[in-house]
Design a protein around this ligand. Sequence first.
Ligand code: PLP
Length: 281
Amino acid sequence: RTVYLNGSFVPFEEARIPIMDRGFLFADGIYEVSAILDGRLVDNEAHLARLDRSLGEIGIRNPYPTDAWIRLETELVARNDLREGLVYMQVTRGVAERDFAFPAADTPPSVVMFTQKKSIIGNPLAETGAKVVTVEDLRWKRRDIKSVALLAQVLAKQAAAQAGVAEAWMVEDGAVTEGSSSTAFIVTTDRRIVTRPLSTALLPGITRAAVLRLASEENLTVEERLFSVEEAYAAAEAFYTSASAFVMPVIALDDRAIGAGQPGPLTRRLRDLYIGMARGA
Ligand code: PLP
């Protein structure tokens, strides 16, 4: 397995980060995840645009222009002979003696990239549908930044694991904010696709944007507004989206069946449309 570390492709076992890396000490860094399908990157330029924006929002210099990122990702995918899975990218504010304030401006950011093999299309969960539990959203106020400070999401996902389910939906003031690593959607009994609008209070999901685009091309009704946990319990369908899950049907929330308790027809259609887009891209 080959990974990318600060300018070189190196064997996984040899890749090391200094203990003074600010990613390690302060979670002072940004990450991105792009899917690979049929050996090709899915919607990758949108992920790289979000990476650039996240870095800019916290004042870390983007080490590479977009075309260089794409060349590095493509080479990493080829070196690992990856057909289906994920490319993980992380940029931190670099290595410096421990101090909360930024280090000297000439401190080079640390860059890490690795691939993970994963079956996305054939994921059995997409056939059966995923169960989800709700947890309190414990995160900070700039959730639009894809920060590596993920403690609240770690605890949320662990609560899901302990409940024996695939994902946790985080809740604030009675409304669903997001999944721990995904965007949350419901479909109402009158066939409206509902997901909350973009703001600094959630991550602008790249898969979310693609699904909304595909839904409107199909003349499906989309409503960008908050929805409550109660409304989700009573929904006809529910699903979540992410680069690693694509469109994942939700069949139960807190042990209450959603709709018929199986993946809904609109959800299946959106998943198929998304896969078609990913394959054709
Ligand atoms: N929301 C959160 C909190 C996430 O962590 C993620 C992905 O990791 C998403 C949404 C989905 O974003 P995307 O579709 O860009 O993968």
